[in-house]
Design a protein around this ligand. Sequence first.
Ligand code: TYD
Length: 222
Amino acid sequence: MRGKFITFEGGEGTGKSTHAALLAHRLEALGVGVLLTREPGGSPGAEVIRHVLLSGGAKPFGPEAEAILFAAARDDHIQCSILPALAAGKWVVCDRFADSTRVYQGALGKLDRRLMKALERISVGALSPNLTFVLDVPAALGQERAARRRDGGSPDRFEAEGIEFHENLRQAYLALAASEPERCVIVDASRTKGEVAKRIWAAVNSRLHPATAPFVFEKTPA
Ligand code: TYD
């Protein structure tokens, strides 16, 4: 794989989407070719599955069925979007990836470990992010931010869970990040947007050296 793969993880209202987009723009400004994408979704097939999952349509079938759908969406996203971009030398910046399944369906959904491992092996295989940011805020602050962002709209399937779920989510992410310190960087996302962006940029520079990334020639369609 020629490009680099960076993922953003964390609970609701931690600012993942904002910081993924900010990082993508900063990389582009350096001349790095970037694919900014998200999960669930990120390819036409996976976006269809996203709708089924976030509408709560799959919830009655239980956490196993939800995990299988997340894996199916991920497989399509990897094959159709992520791998081609990496092969072309682009940097892929992804809002959520396999750690979300480990935490939401695994640690919190208490799915069988063997099922989780099998699904990850089938969908993700040997692909691993070069760098993962775990954005961390106290659960109450995250929920407050997510509610402000919805601006009166109704919460999705996972936002609708109670405060205890969100606090457990936070602890599960912190434990996961601590178990893979060479890949994961925990960022205190209760700080200002500017401070968080600065911390992220510093980590990207010191670990992945974007200034030395080879130029990616984009073919324009004839
Ligand atoms: P999204 O609207 O993208 O919200 P957020 O801003 O929180 O990322 O919703 C994605 C939801 O799906 C989020 O609540 C987490 C959940 N999710 C899982 O449970 N497992 C997964 O593997 C992924 C990728 C997401």
